[in-house]
Design a protein around this ligand. Structure first.
Ligand SMILES: [Zn+2]
Length: 335
């Protein structure tokens, strides 16, 4: 990305093993993330030009001398944060806060080849090399599925709970799927877009609310005896969406927030009154990867449905445009 709105496909040097804990993977698929749209829209600074992309699946090409859990030829999935998976934060299930964390976005996963630092702690191999038909769902596990899953876990979605999901992007839609898989009784999706409503229902939403803000909160209250949802997933990251999420939660309920905040201002008075729990941040996707890959591998879930546009990597600029203009929910790129 050279500037907001200016994405180019160009030759870069192949990555190399820089540290003995690195792996190099040949990408089978990559994609554009909703969070890539913040800098694309000029809402987040970056040092241009910069490589982009942090979601990846592929075949291990080469490993450093200290890598022992993956080997060349294996198909692997990793999270958008590389982690050692051994430090105290990792052992507590917060690999996204690994004391040695590395940003995969800095490596630039929208590419043919990718260096993955801390390969042993970051990558999870599938039992075999999958069919192409499974690639979208495995790729979804790299970020959007894992992030939606974390939002649901953080919001304490589970049996008997009523869950509301703010945001109908890929993460929100997969938050719906996660809430249902975790056993939620009722899942309300906020969405005003027909194609996204349809997908939310396919993923297990029981109700759709088209209204936003106070009106949307009113609808949630109507559905919950006037008190609000037990669990609310905040999957957008704007001031309006945060406030809508908190106001939609019943006292004693919990908000799981995973939308990267932009322009959010919440003061203590706004948090004191509602008496809701808040947990979230950058999702520790690595914690959930083994379980999520198994669900995909067994055909129990099909999160790859969030990809509604597939393009060759060389047309990456169109992939960004389509998502920016909301013509596509999520763009899969084929290297
Ligand atoms: Zn760690």
């Amino acid at each position: 990305m050279y500037a907001p709105g200016d994405v180019r496909f160009e030759e870069r040097d192949d990555p190399t093993i820089d540290e003995p804990t690195d792996a190099i993977i040949r990408m089978s698929a990559t994609c554009v993330c909703g969070s890539d749209l913040w800098p694309y829209r000029g809402a987040q600074d970056f040092d241009a030009p910069a490589p982009f992309g942090h979601e990846y699946v592929g075949i291990v090409e080469e490993v450093g001398s200290e890598v022992s859990t993956v080997r060349p030829g294996q198909f692997v999935v990793g999270s958008f944060i590389a982690s050692d998976n051994t430090c105290p934060n990792c052992r507590a299930g917060y690999q996204s806060a690994c004391v040695d964390r590395r940003s995969m976005a800095a490596e630039g996963a929208q590419a043919e080849m990718l260096r993955v630092p801390l390969a042993d702690g970051t990558l999870v191999a599938t039992p075999e090399v999958p069919d192409d038909a499974m690639l979208p769902s495995l790729l979804a596990a790299s970020d959007v599925l894992g992030t939606g899953w974390f939002a649901a876990v953080a919001a304490e979605a589970g049996p008997g709970r009523t869950v509301a999901v703010v945001g109908d992007g890929a993460v929100g839609l997969l938050g719906v799927l996660a809430a249902r898989e975790l056993g939620a009784e009722r899942v309300v999706a906020f969405s005003r877009h027909e194609s996204r409503q349809k997908l939310a229902l396919e993923f297990g939403a029981t109700d759709i609310v088209e209204e936003r803000g106070e009106e949307g909160v009113g609808r949630i209250k109507d559905l919950t005896d006037g008190v609000g949802a037990d669990s609310v997933l905040e999957c957008v990251g704007t001031d309006e969406s945060f406030k809508q999420a908190i106001a939609s939660t019943r006292p004693g309920g919990t908000v799981g927030y995973v939308g990267v905040p932009h322009g959010v201002s919440l003061g203590a008075p706004e948090l004191f009154g509602p008496q809701v729990g808040l947990r979230g941040g950058g999702a520790p996707v690595r914690r959930f990867l083994p379980e999520l890959l198994e669900l995909v591998w067994n055909g129990q879930i099909d999160p790859g449905k969030v990809f509604d546009l597939t393009l060759p990597l060389s047309e990456v600029a169109e992939g960004y445009r389509a998502m920016d203009e909301r013509r596509a929910i999520k763009t899969l790129l084929q290297p």
